[in-house]
Design a protein around this ligand. Structure first.
Ligand code: F6R
Length: 254
């Protein structure tokens, strides 16, 4: 696993946008899975600009949403659906047949999971997953304790996720369950880029990079991935040991 530390959120977002751009340039029909949230927001804004300026054609890409809050309508600001349309799909004019998101209002969420897994299988795996990390170490909605061999599934959200998740919504919102790609998708993806910024993420980043690999901190499984990149800012790296810092490429000094 490669760790890259940048001076600030702007610099890490520029790097992350370049990583995504590179995948699209190398493989115009790439299958890309996107997380939502505060961490990748600027990355997506920079990416949109890069792709428009570079006149890069995305019409062969497949774009998959990592997860969704069960029961939250797609039109609600705070849903993953709403975020991805606002930040990426609408600005880039991505056509509907390229977009694959969980329908978290479906009466048959099991079928939603099956359809997502089938799509990924048919596409021959995910080329790039862009993910964030929750305060409890979740990736997507893979909450602590989740088996590593899960594909898409519905999950009861951890109390931390239910509480922290309120930040995306204008009004208090019930966030009891999530629907998400699984850790097995993560481990099988060609490449994974994890983004984290700010000192609030410093403790979980330390656990992720230096603690034991355990499903108690789902993000630690990324250390078993041969092509995973953790892109963080100096604040999120603030508690890392000297050894980890030395092992990492301190990109801000390059
Ligand atoms: C959202 C997602 C979550 C977030 C994580 C960090 O699609 O998959 O796992 O990535 O909760 O959220 P932020 O970036 O808002 O701190």
């Amino acid at each position: 696993m490669e760790i890259k530390i940048f001076k600030d959120y702007q610099a890490l977002s520029e790097q992350a946008a370049s990583e995504i751009e590179e995948v699209i340039k190398l493989k115009p029909d790439a299958v890309i899975c996107l997380a939502t949230g505060e961490s990748p927001k600027l990355t997506y804004q920079l990416l949109v600009k890069k792709l428009i300026d570079g006149k890069i054609d995305l019409s062969d890409c497949t774009l998959i949403g990592l997860d969704e809050w069960v029961g939250v309508p797609p039109t609600t600001e705070g849903s993953c659906h709403h975020f991805l349309y606002k930040e990426i799909f609408s600005p880039l004019g991505i056509s509907e047949n390229q977009i694959h998101l969980f329908d978290a209002l479906s009466g048959n969420l099991f079928l939603e999971c099956q359809n997502m897994d089938k799509l990924i299988l048919e596409k021959g795996d995910i080329d790039l997953m862009v993910v964030g990390i929750g305060m409890n170490g979740h990736i997507g909605f893979n909450e602590p304790g989740i088996p590593v061999d899960n594909y898409s599934h519905v999950i009861n959200l951890d109390s931390t996720t239910q509480t922290v998740g309120q930040k995306y919504f204008a009004h208090p919102t019930e966030l009891k369950k999530g629907i998400t790609l699984g850790l097995k998708h993560l481990l099988q993806a060609e490449k994974v880029v994890l983004l984290a910024n700010g000192d609030k993420k410093a403790s979980i980043i330390k656990e992720t990079l230096e603690g034991p690999i355990s499903i108690d901190v789902p993000a630690t499984v990324l250390r078993m991935h041969l092509n995973a990149m953790v892109i963080i800012d100096e604040e999120a790296a603030g508690l890392l040991s000297e050894k980890t810092l030395l092992d990492s490429q301190t990109a801000s000094n390059v």
